[in-house]
Design a protein around this ligand. Sequence first.
Ligand SMILES: CC(C)(COP(=O)(O)OP(=O)(O)OC[C@H]1O[C@@H](n2cnc3c(N)ncnc32)[C@H](O)[C@@H]1OP(=O)(O)O)[C@@H](O)C(=O)NCCC(=O)NCCS
Length: 226
Amino acid sequence: MMPLGRSSAQQNQLRFAELRRTVGDRKALWIAPLWAMTKRYLVIIRNLTDVSDLPVAYSAYTCHGLESSSPAELVSFDRRLSEAEIDGRIAAGQICEIWRLDSRIVHFRWLSTVRVSLPFLGLDFEPLAGDLLLFEVFTLADKRVRGIHTNVARHSLRRASDGGFQRMVALCAWWNAPALRVAEKNGFKIAGAVTRWQLGPVATFSTSRSVQVQGKTLSVLESRDD
Ligand SMILES: CC(C)(COP(=O)(O)OP(=O)(O)OC[C@H]1O[C@@H](n2cnc3c(N)ncnc32)[C@H](O)[C@@H]1OP(=O)(O)O)[C@@H](O)C(=O)NCCC(=O)NCCS
């Protein structure tokens, strides 16, 4: 069993394993060192005022809150998270959706209407009123590329729309082809990008289009054209 607070070396190993799984060994070898210096995330937005164009999602998956599980079960599912981090997220008012297929967890996602720390960027994300931030998505490794994220996202977008939200906002690493593919299929549009440049001990940020960084706060301006 991994300790509660994981060292940054352990975190980096787990992240590198995910990168290899997502892009393959060859690409991972050049993306990893580049990523250590330059992290570029696309900020994507789905307008929720009209979700009628979304294809109907099939309903083999059932959605549960964290009460259906335990932090320990989630950690065993995705070892990049620690129990302490999960407790901290819940205390901060962040929402965990756990998706099961035949009672087994196959996917989870974290959403928030409140400020969220993004340690991989060293920034906090501040959702605007009416925005629901999707800040983490994970499908069990041996269940990937079977349409789970695609379908769960459709359920999730409809729930958010029914809940009165106007936009779902998410961040996606430029190299994450599966996540970008699902976003594209589900009508997300690119609102802009944020790049973290690491120059020795100093980090600076650049942004484009509707994305802005002020101090340590990342936000996406209101632009109904997105
Ligand atoms: C991103 C992630 C959630 C996708 O989950 P999933 O359940 O496998 O997604 P789906 O099966 O619904 O869809 C994956 C799509 O990407 C496509 N895809 C997979 N690998 C791809 C690649 N290397 N290049 C291009 N497209 C790719 C699949 O073909 C599929 O599209 P299709 O249905 O049109 O064929 C999953 O890969 C994951 O958990 N990754 C680790 C965590 C992560 O990266 N989270 C996202 C952070 S933004």
